[in-house]
Design a protein around this ligand. Structure first.
Ligand code: NAD
Ligand code: 2HG
Length: 413
């Protein structure tokens, strides 16, 4: 057996932020037993120390994988984001270090959509403040300021997986859906796309945000945009905390320009359940504050665990990068009966020729070859017919590593 391919029990896996047990189960079922499981996230300094020996890391939304962390992570092959958002990972730095990043693009979509639908109804009925009053011994039995959702206009910003799923659910309770997206989107049911954000803000009774965190969505909703919303209307944000200027929102709620808000994500979130949550929104009436739990249901977390752990296993066992978010995608058949070599390199001309020259020099029979590139990175997978006990794969790997522009190369177990 090759000296350079790592036995599965030597492959170190670090799972952070209490990812669901289903992830551990899947990894163990596939022979990966060297798993460290932590309930919390780690700071950059802690990560830089910890990742030195780690081959695979699993995180959720709190752990920041910065360029510095990738610099320290010499052995890291892949990152699994056990969530939808990948803004917490420096995807460029990961790619430059040959680290493949996976996520779960729709495992918690339904959970977020259901929570937002519930919040729409609760806020239109002013339930948060009535409930708070009742807990304090009050009895606010009144219809003033309480409305049905039926017939109201729901304005969705970002009509992707979550936005469009919510659109379907909201129509089922009689809401009229309008949406704004920077891309042309297929409208589901009777929903209609509007041309500008301003138009959406000026017509909607409820505005809800479902955009990713990008430079374009940072502070997308500030004081000016809030002023453009209809008096008494409602704002919901379960996307990312940097999308809404939170002080401006607090002002708009205190002045009663807005009738209510539900916020699940914040510019700064506590690192763990023991840290105090600070926000200018605390104590404001008709404002639901939730601790970033839009996707936190048993169903979603279990599915995410299975999906992302499965992607890590397929990459580790087979080299498959299908659905990676920062890497050329290659879907590969299994490689029973051959040794599989992976070569990740800067996308320069002539790389494949050089790899094939090494095979020719050793008179190796190549039984399969796969190449995928993007603007920056090339990914070549080569299956070679060589007996398991031969050290030829090690020799070839060593020579492949010498090719200028090589980022990372390995031979699969
Ligand atoms: N609160 C939670 O627990 C939770 C759970 C899951 C996802 N999220 C967040 O929700 C976001 C959306 O998830 P999704 O699965 O629907 O993503 P998605 O990629 O399917 O959809 C995002 C949509 O936003 C649109 N968009 C991008 N920039 C825009 C802009 N500037 N203006 C208008 N539209 C814009 C895109 O074209 C796309 O249609 C995720 O990126 C994540 O940050 C939060
Ligand atoms: O579970 C999490 O930490 C994040 C959930 C959500 O924001 C996501 O991006 O999927």
């Amino acid at each position: 057996m090759s000296q350079v391919s790592l036995a599965k029990d030597k492959i170190q896996i670090l799972l952070l932020e209490g990812v669901h047990d289903s992830a551990v189960r899947i990894l163990q079922q596939h022979g990966y037993s060297n798993i460290e499981f932590l309930k919390t996230s780690l700071s950059e300094a802690e990560l830089c120390e910890k990742v030195k020996d780690v081959h695979f890391i699993g995180i959720r939304s709190r752990t920041q994988l910065t360029a510095k962390v990738f610099q320290a992570a010499n052995k890291l092959a892949a990152v699994g984001c056990f969530c939808i958002g990948t803004n917490q990972v420096d995807l460029t730095a990961a790619r430059e270090h040959g680290v493949v990043v996976f996520n779960a693009p729709f495992s918690n979509t339904r959970s977020v959509a259901e929570l937002v639908l519930a919040e729409i109804i609760m806020l239109l009925r002013r339930i948060p403040e009535k409930s708070t009053a009742a807990h304090q011994g009050g009895w606010d039995k009144s219809a003033a300021g309480s409305f049905e959702a039926r017939g109201k206009i729901l304005g969705i910003i970002g009509y992707g997986h979550i936005g469009s799923q919510l659109s379907v659910l909201a129509e089922q309770i009689g809401m009229q859906v309008r949406f704004y997206d920077t891309e042309d989107k297929l409208s589901l049911g009777n929903a209609l796309q509007v041309a500008t954000l301003d138009e959406l803000l000026s017509i909607a009774d409820v505005v809800t945000l479902h955009v990713p965190e990008t430079p374009q969505t940072q502070w997308l909703i500030g004081a000016e945009e809030l002023q453009k919303m209809r008096p008494g209307s409602i704002l919901i944000n379960a996307s990312r905390g940097t999308v809404v200027a939170i002080e401006a929102l607090a002002d708009a709620l205190r002045s009663k320009h807005l009738g209510g808000a539900a916020i699940d994500v914040f510019p700064v979130e506590p690192k763990g359940n023991d840290e105090e949550f600070e926000s200018p929104l605390r104590g404001i009436a008709n404002c639901i504050l939730t601790p970033h739990v839009g996707g936190s249901t048993q169903e979603a977390q279990e599915n995410i665990g299975i999906e992302v752990a499965g992607k890590l296993v397929r990459y580790s066992d087979n080299g498959s990068t299908l659905s990676a978010v920062n890497f050329p995608e290659v879907a590969l058949p299994t490689h029973a009966g051959s040794r599989r070599l992976l070569h990740i390199h800067e996308n320069r001309p002539g790389m494949l020729t050089r790899i094939n020259q090494i095979m020719a020099d050793h008179n190796i029979n190549v039984s399969g070859q796969y190449l995928q590139t993007d603007a920056k990175v090339g990914y070549v997978v080569v299956d070679i017919d060589t007996p398991a006990e031969s050290n030829l794969a090690d020799t070839v790997l060593a020579e492949m590593r010498e090719i200028p522009g090589t980022i990372r190369a390995r031979v699969l177990y």
